[in-house]
Design a protein around this ligand. Structure first.
Ligand code: ATP
Ligand code: MG
Length: 306
């Protein structure tokens, strides 16, 4: 994966379950370290700092303060024996040095900001006393507590019904406008990412296989995997009882990825070279817009160019 993200910009990361989206988010945060079973290479630069080079103490200063992360599962991201207020005031007191009263005041504001009614009462409740949607909001409030420059939102709305989903996404967009933060929006749902991201990156087996703006992806996907993902979305214009086009096979084992293109074993367009050479990201011949269109495929889906 290689990309850069500016202040106020949103990149959407999409890909099926197991494609490595959460691992990417955690790696950007510096949560993975090299060990006997893990090798980390590459570089993550944040505001001029190499995250891999930071020690544990410096990392802790970054986490929750400059980089906020909404972890994938709101049910486990909260400590069941701590009150909602404690979750929020802890990070405020640690990173902003606020006193008890000031932190509580700010915690109340944060709950208000994420649309939780009656925030004063909620501060003294435990996570189990709240609904899934409310907990998801609390997790977002925690990630936003210190006005981070970068928000990594890993499936922030997956556990929610579509109405709440929309409210949360609107909220993130509003806060982004106000705070100018950059957002990495991770989702397996192309629809969630479509209207929200300036750029979309499609991930397959730990690699970026295609990236462009959402509109170009929807109308002119070049990578067979992106095309297959798009075909798997149900359409209102289809007659009832039409079967969805599934992608046959399963994602590869990332410890032993197939040689050549990692999608080749499942790809309808694969030819001999695909099973040997790993394709690099490249542009096609079409004129590039503001957001360049890159894809990693030897035999891209033909759109009148090659
Ligand atoms: N670069 C990598 N090298 C080796 N293994 C990896 C790598 N990236 C991901 N994996 C393996 O794949 C598993 C799934 O990755 P991850 O949790 O990031 O998927 P995901 O895209 O977030 O899926 P979901 O949509 O289900 O949340 C990881 O637990 C890890 O074992
Ligand atoms: Mg995940």
């Amino acid at each position: 994966m290689s990309f850069s993200l500016s202040r106020g910009e949103t990149i959407g990361i999409v890909g099926e379950s197991g494609s490595g989206k959460s691992v990417l988010g955690r790696t950007i945060m510096g949560l993975h370290t090299s060990g006997p079973t893990t090798t980390i290479d590459g570089r993550v630069m944040f505001d001029g700092q190499d995250i891999q080079a930071l020690g544990p103490k410096q990392l802790r200063k970054l986490w929750g303060a400059r980089i906020g992360m909404v972890f994938q599962d709101p049910m486990t991201a909260l400590n069941p024996v701590k009150k909602i207020g404690t979750h929020l005031t802890e990070t405020l007191r640690k990173h902003q040095g606020l006193g008890r009263q000031a932190a509580r005041e700010r915690a109340k504001e944060l709950l208000d900001l994420v649309g939780i009614p009656d925030p004063v009462r909620r501060l003294d409740q435990y996570p189990h006393e709240m609904s899934g949607g409310m907990r998801q909001r609390v997790v977002i409030a925690m990630a936003l507590a210190n006005d981070p420059a970068l928000l990594i939102a890993d499936e922030p709305t997956t556990a929610l019904d579509v109405t709440v989903q929309r409210q949360i996404l609107d909220l993130l967009a509003k806060l982004q406008d106000e705070l100018g933060m950059a957002i990495i929006l991770i989702s397996h749902n192309l629809g969630v990412v479509a209207g929200r991201a300036d750029r979309v990156a499609v991930m397959y087996a730990g690699r970026m296989v295609e990236t462009t703006d959402a509109r170009s992806l929807f109308t002119g996907a070049r990578h067979p995997y992106s095309e297959a993902l798009l075909r798997a979305i149900p359409r209102l214009t289809e007659p009832p009882h039409v079967r969805l086009a599934a992608i046959d096979g399963a994602p590869p084992n990332m410890l032993h990825p197939p040689q050549g293109c990692r999608f080749a074993p499942r790809c309808a367009y694969a030819q001999d070279d695909c099973r040997v050479d790993l394709p690099e990201l490249r542009t096609g011949d079409a004129p590039q817009g503001r957001v360049p269109h890159l894809f990693a495929c030897h035999h891209p889906v033909d759109r009148g160019e090659n």
